[in-house]
Design a protein around this ligand. Structure first.
Ligand code: ADP
Ligand code: MG
Length: 741
């Protein structure tokens, strides 16, 4: 029996999913797999695990497992459910890549999807679990897709063994055909339970014009207007990335300064006690204009005439607005420190209006209480990979109609709301209907290796909800063969035979070792070679740093350019030069800089102060530390005689070790080789200082921030190529011509 507080009980009863408890539990009893669709905020994530717990699915040693594509959600949802159920966190726990609070008493376990995939490798039948819930399946993250494919096989196996397990797939959208109408996945289509969203109507306002460049500026003006003119209610702004979010937060805070103690406007108001109670605002001191008078937007599909909105503009300088209440501005994005993230769930100070400026994280996984207005820039930042060259780039693109509608829905959870789209209805009409599954958009060598390790030899036959392209699978297999993780396919006579053989290469002993390291196969190969010349501590560090990525703080630019920032930049350049070392170590290039940075940071006990002063991202450094620990354990498990350990006071590598490190790095990044163009190629100015790679016609370059920018070695290997103004190699290290096979 669960002992919930009255407040929690009341809040639960308002959630639409509560009305479906019987239906859900009956479907789960009768079917091995059930799909639940319900709008964000309907209570799926917090309530369904509780239904299952109360129905006894966690009794006699069984566990209820819930996977989330995002770490933020796994952590915050486990806390929330523990609190609702009045159970300690040893019982309702979470596990994410580097940390968790799971104990032998754990009954409900929230985890990232990657964590469950690892567990399947250890115990294919997942015997400790009685139920697995795959949450946020609509996000179509790669691991979610793979898990659903694997579980479609595990569930019948468990049934056959007389220890049945249940699978629940939960989605915030109704688009679940990839799971239900897929004979390869589930021969009998699983039942779909639709949870009625008790969603209040949201009025959609499209912009007449679509700002092509300055949509953050547009978001600023729109938010100011809402705050100055519209009745109380939280504002949620969707932008694409951290830098944009921070910059808008700064502008808004400047326009509507908020100081603690500045809230005497509403005497007698106690500080809010409930998470979702709105600040109560005295309408008499508030200049509320009716919607259609003060607003320059038009509603969806109504009216087509364009009339300039300038004449309706009530002065663009927000300071003119003299808003009667302060704006309480909070950022929300994945890289934000957890304690900062948690702020959005807490009541905003009394007498203020909450304004959350967020990236996509607020689209479905987290429900922020009290939002009445949504401002949507209509864009999303995604990583794109070139299928042939592997070049990746972050690009801001239009989102999908489904996503835009999800975002709009955030405004109607507590009362009717409004969504302001910073684009026209015509532009919306051109959006794709749905976002593509991630698995079709990225290289898959890591997945292929994991699958081979699960003894799935013919990866092409795997029941993917949406299969990756045949080329992507073939490229992955080829890379793994070249790294020695898979056996070379035997020579065959016909092309068909060759192709078939190439898609079913068995895993090697090296491949098994590599699969046990939770990093990309190229880096796993380096770890496997790391024990030579006592290089392991360095390789562990470099691999951890390359996996965590973005370890340097990028000093903000544009609007805030001032001497302080120039100073910080200079300091960072100076530190990078120092970390790059001297003499032989220079040739290890950017990887030496990473090694030096992590070494220095650990030496200084990895304090936030040290990171701040030296331009290192604190959160990244903490992650690197954890990953080093995890990788060290993984290496010791495969090869106990090396006795690897994390040494916080690591000496810099010797000259001889640097040479060895460079060779190990080449063994992992061998397909990421680039040659400096020869004098005769340099007739074309675009090739000046350029490098040639095997797969590309265009030159790639060493970035000015790179430790090798001045050296320009003849041959280099790189971690990745990012395209922004030019194609830049990142994580560059020099190699010698005679090492290249
Ligand atoms: P779904 O998974 O269907 O999107 P959730 O179960 O996440 O829905 O959320 C249900 C309700 O619980 C939401 O209305 C949300 O406001 C509330 N809620 C969730 N997490 C928290 C939290 N950490 N603090 C306060 N309220 C929360
Ligand atoms: Mg949810």
């Amino acid at each position: 029996p669960v002992n919930r507080s009255t407040a929690v009980q009341e809040a639960r009863l308002k959630l639409p999913i509560l009305a479906e408890e019987q239906v859900v539990m009956e479907a789960v009893r009768e079917n091995p797999c059930v799909v639940i669709c319900g709008e964000t905020g309907s209570g799926k994530t917090t309530q369904v695990p509780q239904f299952l717990y109360e129905a006894g699915y966690a009794s006699d040693g069984g566990i209820i497992g819930i996977t989330e594509p995002r770490r933020v959600a796994a952590v915050s949802m486990s806390h929330r459910v523990a609190q609702e159920m009045n159970l300690p966190r040893q019982v309702v726990s979470y596990q994410i890549r580097y940390e968790g609070n799971v104990t032998s008493d754990t009954k409900i376990k929230f985890m990232t999807d990657g964590v469950l995939l690892k567990e399947i490798q250890k115990d294919f039948l997942l015997q400790r679990y009685r139920v697995i819930i795959i949450d946020e399946a609509h996000e179509r993250s790669v691991y979610t897709d793979i898990l659903i494919g694997l579980l479609s096989r595990i569930i019948p196996l468990r049934n056959k063994k007389g220890m049945p397990m249940k699978l629940l797939i939960m989605s915030a959208t109704l688009r679940v055909e990839d799971f239900t109408d897929n004979q390869k996945l589930f021969r009998t289509p699983p039942p779909v339970i639709k949870v009625d969203a008790r969603q209040f109507p949201v009025t959609i306002h499209f912009n007449k014009r679509t700002p092509l460049e300055d949509y953050t500026g547009e978001a600023f003006h729109k938010t100011c207007k809402i705050h100055r003119m519209l009745p109380p209610g939280g504002i949620l702004v969707f932008l694409t990335g951290q830098a944009e979010v921070n910059s808008l937060c700064r502008r808004l805070r400047k326009a509507f300064p908020f100081r603690r103690g500045n809230t005497g406007l509403f005497p007698g108001q106690s500080s809010c006690s409930q998470a979702d109670s709105l600040p109560c605002i005295d309408l008499d001191s508030y200049s509320a204009l009716p919607m259609d008078e003060g607003d320059e937007d038009r509603e969806a599909g109504v009216g087509d005439e364009e009339d300039g909105d300038e004449d309706l503009d009530l002065g663009d300088d927000p300071a003119d607005g003299n808003p009667s209440i302060p704006l309480y501005v909070l950022p929300l994005y994945s890289l934000l420190a957890p304690e900062q993230q948690a702020k959005v769930f807490r009541p905003s100070p009394p007498g203020t209006r909450l304004c959350v400026v967020a990236t996509n994280v607020a689209e479905t996984s987290l429900t922020i209480p009290g939002i009445k207005y949504v401002v949507d820039c209509g864009r999303v930042k995604k990583r794109f990979y070139d299928r042939v060259t592997g070049v990746s780039s972050f690009q801001v693109t239009w989102t999908s109609q489904a996503s835009a509608n999800q975002r709009a829905g955030r405004a109607g959870r507590t009362e009717p709301g409004h969504c302001y789209r910073l684009f026209s209805s015509a532009v919306f009409g051109d959006f794709s209907l749905f976002s593509e599954a991630e698995i079709t958009r990225r290289p898959v060598e890591d997945l292929v290796l994991q699958m081979k390790d699960l003894n799935i030899e013919k990866v092409v036959n795997f029941p993917f909800p949406t299969p990756p392209s045949a080329e992507a699978l073939a490229a992955a297999e080829q890379l793994l063969v070249s790294l020695g993780a898979l056996e070379k396919p035997p020579q065959r006579r016909t092309v068909k035979e060759m192709q078939r053989a190439q898609l079913s290469c068995p895993i090697t002993a090296l491949g098994r070792a590599m699969a046990s390291f939770p990093v990309a196969p190229r880096y796993a190969k380096m770890l496997a070679l790391g024990k030579q010349q006592d290089c392991l501590p360095y390789i562990l560090t470099v691999v951890a740093a390359m996996t965590v990525r973005e370890i340097f703080e990028e000093p903000a630019h544009s609007d805030e350019e001032n001497s302080k920032i120039t100073q910080r930049r200079a300091r960072l350049t100076q530190m990078r030069r120092l970390w790059a070392g001297q003499g032989a170590s220079l040739l290890l290039g950017d990887l030496m800089v990473m090694l030096g940075a992590v070494g220095a940071c650990e030496f200084a006990c990895c304090t936030p102060k040290f990171c701040e002063e030296n331009g290192l991202r604190y959160k990244a450094m903490v992650e690197i530390r954890r990953l080093r620990g995890q990788l060290t354990n993984a290496v010791n498990a495969v090869c106990p005689e090396v006795g690897a350990f994390v040494d916080p006071k690591m000496n810099p590598p010797t000259e001889h070790q640097v040479l060895c490190l460079r060779q190990i790095v080449l063994a992992g990044l061998g397909d990421h080789l680039a040659r400096r163009v020869q004098a005769e190629d340099m007739l074309d100015p675009k090739w000046k200082n350029g490098y040639k790679t095997p797969l590309m016609d265009d030159p790639v370059f060493i970035h000015p921030n790179s430790a090798l920018f001045k050296t320009l070695p003849d041959f280099v290997v790189y971690q990745e190529i990012m395209e922004n103004t030019k194609m830049y190699m990142r994580g560059v290290s020099a190699v010698e011509a005679e090492w290249i096979p």
